[in-house]
Ligand binder design. Structure first.
Ligand SMILES: *Cc1c(COP(=O)(O)O)cnc(C)c1O
Length: 391
């Protein structure tokens, strides 16, 4: 029995290895910040999603420490039993306020929030319209919901319209998109999607994992960037492990939307609440994020500097509006080789390869944080130029 399992697993693993797609974890010592020690190497990291530099922020850590003393470590039970502390409640209120929605509900991870949300909204007789480059958790959520999936070409409202035209007249229609695309760094055309949702009587859901806290005057994300409110985007999901620098996720929307999740969403009901200390730390980070104008401005300055530098090197990149600035290099082998050179030079920039991105579009996924300095960005550009020359 165990022989046949080993044999089977070995075959699966060789397929990955032979395709040059082997992945491995590196070990980080110390907090998440640009200067770090990973696998024993001192590097400057350009890969975290800690866009505002809050993951290692002393005020956020202090809030966690204080709540640890008050609540202990484990939540002990699901929200609907007795795991929902005052810290969770305050965080949900703060997130509703932050996003300008009536109510918010916290989840332990973004993956779960997406599973919960899509399953609560649609089932077998419904149709979901998905951007082709949506995050894996959204794609899985739609699969699990059993709804019919219709993928439209990336950020192309015209193609979405065609799909909507041809959709069955019966059942609900849900349009689902990333706000900022996690591997491409561009912003979804939300005003056009909201207009189409209205025209075709569909609901619009935005996963703004990479937009919230970063885009908009008060960090309200891609909705705020476009000046859209809850009438345009009634279903908003955000994660807490990226710009907010902690962990977990939330859904924000109407009273009825949130109550429906509480009453029906299995990934909400059948899981232990996040630790209260994490909720308290996140509450602190949400307050910082709301007024983090300096951090956002510094980040935008760094992005312009990086964009100009990439232009000088003749490297295509998305408009430098979001902290995700991928540089597409083609084959997985080439992207890995450049990433390896950069690592040797003291820069951690991951190569993103298929199946995370389409075949032939392997890339370096450079991300910037408000915790980076201009000097670090300049040094990265120099190292990148050298690495490309040598590859
Ligand atoms: C990271 C991410 C998620 C998953 O969130 P986790 O809290 O890390 O599970 C969902 N959607 C998008 C777009 C993401 O980038």
């Amino acid at each position: 029995m165990s022989d046949s399992l080993d044999h089977y697993l070995e075959q699966r693993l060789s397929t990955v290895r032979d395709a040059g797609l082997w992945r491995r974890t590196r070990i980080l010592d110390g907090p998440q910040r640009p200067e770090q020690v990973i696998d024993g190497h001192r590097v400057i990291a350009f890969c975290s999603n800690d866009y505002l530099g809050l993951a290692g922020d002393p005020a956020v850590a202090a809030a966690a420490r204080k709540a640890l003393d008050q609540y202990g470590v484990g939540a002990g039970a699901a929200h609907l039993i007795n795991g929902h502390t005052r810290a969770h409640e305050e965080l949900e209120q703060a997130l509703a306020h932050f996003t300008g929605r009536a109510r918010a509900l916290v989840f332990s991870t973004g993956y779960m929030a997406n599973l919960a949300l899509v399953q609560a909204l649609v089932g077998r007789h419904d149709t979901v319209f998905e951007d082709r480059l949506n995050h894996a958790s959204l794609i899985d959520a739609v699969r699990l919901s059993g709804a019919r999936s219709q993928r439209y070409r990336h950020a192309e409202p015209a193609h979405l319209r065609e799909r909507l035209e041809k959709a069955p007249a019966t059942g609900q229609r849900l349009i689902v998109t990333d706000g900022v695309f996690s591997m491409d760094g561009d912003i979804a055309p939300l005003p056009e999607l909201a207009a189409l949702a209205r025209e075709y009587n569909a609901w619009l859901m935005v996963d703004d994992a990479h937009g919230l806290s970063v885009l908009g005057d008060t960090g309200g994300g891609s909705c705020q960037y476009f000046g859209l409110g809850s009438d345009d985007v009634p279903i908003l999901m955000g994660t807490l492990g990226k710009g907010f620098g902690t962990a977990g996720a939330f859904v924000a929307g109407s009273e009825r939307l949130i109550e429906t999740l509480i009453q029906t969403a299995r990934p909400y009901i059948y899981t232990t609440a996040m630790p209260a200390a994490l909720a308290a730390a996140t509450l602190a980070s949400v307050h910082i994020a709301a007024s983090a104008h300096d951090r956002r401005e510094h980040l935008q300055n760094l992005l312009r500097r990086l964009g100009d530098g990439l232009d000088r090197l003749g490297l295509p990149h998305p408009p430098p509006l979001t902290p995700i600035q991928p540089v597409t290099l083609g084959t997985a082998t080439r992207a890995s080789a450049v990433a390896e050179r950069l690592f040797e030079a003291g820069f951690l920039v991951p190569a993103i390869r298929p199946p995370t991105v389409p075949e032939g579009e392997a890339r370096l996924r450079i991300t910037l944080s408000a915790a980076h300095t201009q000097t670090q960005v300049d040094a990265l550009l120099q190292a990148l130029e050298r690495a490309l020359d040598q590859t």
